[in-house]
Ligand binder design. Sequence first.
Ligand code: NAD
Length: 254
Amino acid sequence: MTVQNRFEGKSVIVTGAASGIGRATALRLGEEGADVVLLDIDEEGLNSAAKILTDMDRQGHTRVVDLSQGSEACRAAIDFGVQKLGKLDVLCNIAGIAKARHFSDVTDAEWDRMMAINLSAVFFGSQAALPHLIATQGNIVNMSSTAALDGQIYNAVYCATKAGVLQMTKALAIELASKKVRVNAVCPGTVMTPLVENFELPEDPDMQLMSRMFSLLDPAQPEEIASAVAYLASDEARFVSGISFAIDGAQSAG
Ligand SMILES: NC(=O)c1ccc[n+]([C@@H]2O[C@H](COP(=O)([O-])OP(=O)(O)OC[C@H]3O[C@@H](n4cnc5c(N)ncnc54)[C@H](O)[C@@H]3O)[C@@H](O)[C@H]2O)c1
């Protein structure tokens, strides 16, 4: 793989940067020259990713934030990032959780938590970042999912959050085009991260319907998703906005 230098002089904030796709994205953009603010609830994971960035002579600032804690917490984390970096070129909203449940077993608290982390935090963070992205003609990359494209059994809440992220992405892409701010969503299928490795099936699952969630190619590695994020966030994608970029081993092909 040839790593380019598309992010020299660019300032980036990545949520979910302690693990999986978020971590791979922070490191990929850093390898390509970016200074990065890493946000996550997992302090140890943040520190280990930031060390790799600083070893590459990039800025790697960390802030522990629980993105389920609402508007103030999300906005403060973005403000911290902009203050550290002095400007903002790219916001990657990647943090997320998943939990398979029979629909009737989902509690109000589970609904609220998944909505807060997967959807509301994307709204709060993007709104806080907006004036800074307008100033740099920057862009946002949101991590949606194939769960936004097709219904998935035992995943009704997750599907709702990821479809929300996707439609917010498209609406915002239209609204911000005149400001030259781009907004895109990536829709991965199965990616080998702790989210998938620790995925628990609900009781008595219907495996035939579960199989509709499987990719036809071998699952992706987080670095393969990060490389798509890097493309979308780079100036090479100047004409790309409002897309849902499915990377799913033909899962959603039909
Ligand atoms: N792995 C997959 O197959 C897959 C497929 C489609 C979409 N996604 C999406 O990709 C994104 C990244 O997931 P991943 O697979 O890398 O999983 P992951 O578990 O490796 O990473 C998720 C990160 O989000 C962080 N996070 C969770 N709750 C948080 C909170 N309250 N506040 C702050 N940070 C929090 C975690 O600490 C973790 O570092 C998620 O939005 C997920 O829905 C993953």
